[in-house]
Design a protein around this ligand. Structure first.
Ligand code: SF4
Ligand code: SF4
Length: 107
């Protein structure tokens, strides 16, 4: 999710309610990273997962608002790597939007 003030993500949030979000343990706050401890769970010794992203329906515990209307990441500055890497207009973005019945993003 991208969150500049004119970003299409602010009226979307679909990718935060579509995918499992796993990342390295070193991204967790207690291990020198930035992701708040309460928002992720340990999967294996080296891998952590954003809470809510392995439930059905998928919805990251850090997502605020309503998908497709108004949405924001509650830990935007501290979000893990996979969230930083998923760019608006990418295949992953478009697939997530499709899953939520949203039109493809035209950039
Ligand atoms: S699905 Fe695309 S437009 Fe929607 S929040 Fe994610 S990156 Fe942004
Ligand atoms: S941490 Fe933020 S950007 Fe990443 S999935 Fe959750 S709400 Fe979306």
């Amino acid at each position: 999710m991208s969150q500049l003030s004119d970003s299409p993500c602010l009226s979307c949030g679909a990718c935060c309610a579509a995918y499992r979000v796993d990342f390295s343990a070193c991204e967790m706050q207690d291990m020198g990273g930035s992701v708040p401890m309460g928002l992720a769970t340990e999967v294996t010794g080296n891998t952590w997962r954003m809470r809510g992203t392995d439930h059905l329906p998928v919805r990251c515990g850090a997502l605020t608002g309503n998908v497709g209307e108004r949405a924001a990441c509650g830990i935007y500055e501290w979000r893990p790597g996979p969230c930083r890497e998923l760019e608006p207009g990418s295949d992953g973005c478009q697939r997530a939007r499709q899953r939520h019945g949203l039109a493809p993003l035209m950039l």
